[in-house]
Design a protein around this ligand. Structure first.
Ligand SMILES: Nc1ncnc2c1ncn2[C@@H]1O[C@H](COP(=O)(O)OP(=O)(O)O)[C@@H](O)[C@H]1O
Ligand SMILES: O=C(CO)[C@@H](O)[C@H](O)COP(=O)(O)O
Length: 496
């Protein structure tokens, strides 16, 4: 089960890792005010169940053959439950940014101690700020709240009757003491959150229960199907991309972009500039930086300046430009940024526009600017002694051979794509397969389930040019910060 923000995708895989059937079901966002993003947890349960029913009735999968299931879930979303484990209000999602005051309150009360315990900054998107928002703004609901879980944990609860949260998603609540692997008593005390609200912690490959008779009747599954913990979508994506060894980094170009690195232990401290999370592999970790508008930058450009053209043709047109887009730079901050700059007010720019530039130079600048932003994250890894030789590229952006070569040249590392990429759903299936005992470990499972595609090697002449340009790119954030803030003030005052 890949429980995303726009849809749930349910995939059935066999022992060899082949997909035998796949169904999905979409659901809506509730956006009552700017910055508010909520979803109804019942929609996740209904959508997941419809997809399972279709697997059985439309794709003719025998329910008895479904030995196990597991999850990848959108991270950070707050689901509040009462003493009878009934949902108290719509879930407040990862992309809901109403919580700036709570983010500041957390830093004012705990400062660096908070980052040392959780290894993360208390950003607006993370669960603790959402808990505090409900406590401060909806006291009647807060009084009734007895438990909180994350989106996929709620679906798992409805299937098994057992409440639990896996470690990889628990780090994203920023209530976990990462080094100790326990809920943080200190953070709960400072913010007066009863420890009893935090659900039991399980590993991603742990058995969370079996399908209850009630859910079996609802879905057509049998009560023999085993349900495993599952993981945060980025942890599951990393498992599905084979990021299971210290020498590997994942670069994901979806709507947003993620640079994610496997971490062997919790010794490294990025001081909250990068997110630091428990991996789906027991006692292992990953760090990641998120570029909010990666693929979105390209989609925005195409929709705005080439609406009638084929997406592939627009991307391929960048091949007519040169390395460095004939001296044109793009910064992808068009919806603000999360890493390396946690700055909701920064906005994007094209710098160096010249009368000689053609539209294909702009396309090239967009492709390069997104990867320069990823390169900023690589620099943080290098400053912290990160050692890796392989970058696995996933997401919609990995469809373009030109973009894969640009990544190899800007990262100055070998870049590989995946054959038949399935994203986080593949990782979820691998957790079920490993939990069922088909494989000894996720690493062992990856040997059968994960297959790398073509390799792209850095071209030395391009690497040198990109190194020179990245130095210039790095100056743009500082030099456009003030201008971005003034323009945003202007928009707030003058536009609806
Ligand atoms: N043919 C293509 N070549 C390069 N990039 C593409 C292509 N098709 C789509 N994309 C990029 O992939 C992004 C979507 O990736 P995807 O992994 O499907 O994202 P998400 O799961 O967040 O919706 C789009 O924003 C777009 O910029
Ligand atoms: O906030 C984060 C990671 O910190 C996001 O990665 C969400 O977890 C995204 O969910 P989808 O876009 O995959 O639904």
């Amino acid at each position: 089960m890949d429980l995303g923000t726009s849809a749930v995708k349910v995939s059935a895989l066999d022992h060899s890792g082949q997909i035998v059937a796949q169904e999905s079901f979409g659901y809506d966002l509730i956006q009552q005010q700017p910055g508010y993003n909520e979803q109804n947890p019942e929609d996740w349960v209904s959508g997941t169940t419809v997809a399972i029913v279709r697997l059985i009735l439309t794709d003719h999968l025998a329910a008895e053959d479904i030995e196990g299931l597991s999850f990848s879930g959108q991270m950070h979303g707050l689901v509040l439950l009462d003493e009878n484990k009934k949902v108290l209000r719509p879930a407040i999602l990862w992309n809901d940014t109403r919580t700036t005051a709570q983010r500041e309150e957390i830093m004012d009360k705990m400062g660096d101690e908070f980052i040392d315990i959780t290894r993360n900054q208390p950003l607006e998107g993370f669960t603790l700020a959402k808990l505090l928002w409900v406590k401060e703004n909806e006291p009647d609901i807060w009084k009734k709240a007895k438990y909180f879980v994350l989106p996929k944990d709620y679906v798992r609860y409805r299937m098994t009757g057992n409440l639990a949260m896996d470690y990889s998603d628990a780090t994203g609540t920023v209530l976990l003491d990462v080094a100790k692997g326990q809920w943080s008593q200190r953070i709960c005390d400072v913010f007066d959150i009863p420890m009893s609200m935090c659900p039991p912690l399980i590993k991603s490959i742990d058995l969370a229960g079996t399908v209850t008779p009630a859910y079996a009747e609802f879905s057509g599954l049998t009560t023999d199907t085993k349900v495993f913990g599952g993981a945060a979508d980025n942890a599951a994506g990393a498992v599905g991309a084979g990021i299971l060894h210290p020498n590997m980094v994942m670069s994901s170009i979806g709507t947003s972009g993620v640079v994610l690195k496997y971490e062997d232990n919790a010794d490294v401290n990025y001081h909250g500039v990068l997110q630091f999370e428990d991996h789906a592999i027991p006692d292992k970790f990953y760090s990641m930086g998120v570029t909010l508008a990666a693929g979105y930058s390209l989609s925005w450009f195409k929709k705005t300046f080439a609406p009638a053209e084929d997406f592939n043709d627009v991307v391929a047109s960048a091949g007519k430009s040169t390395v460095g887009a004939n001296g044109l730079l793009y910064t992808p901050y068009i919806v603000g940024e999360r890493a390396p700059y946690a700055d909701a007010n920064i906005r994007g720019s094209f710098t160096g526009i010249d009368g000689i530039h053609q539209r294909y130079d702009f396309v090239r600048a967009v492709l390069e600017g997104i990867i320069f932003s990823f390169r900023d994250l690589f620099d943080i890894y290098e400053e912290n002694g990160g050692d890796f030789d392989t970058v696995v590229s996933i997401g919609g952006g990995a469809k373009s051979p030109l973009w894969l070569q640009i990544q190899a040249d800007i990262f100055n590392r070998k870049v590989v794509s995946l054959k038949n990429e399935q994203g986080p759903g593949m990782g979820a299936a691998m957790m079920a397969a490993t939990g069922l005992g088909w494989f000894d470990s996720l690493q062992d499972c990856a040997k059968t389930f994960v297959h790398f595609g073509k390799e792209y090697q850095p071209i030395p002449a391009n690497v040198a040019k990109y190194q020179q340009l990245h130095k210039i790119y790095k100056q743009v954030y500082g030099q456009t910060k003030q201008i971005s803030e003034e323009l945003l003030d202007y928009r707030r005052e003058n536009l609806n």
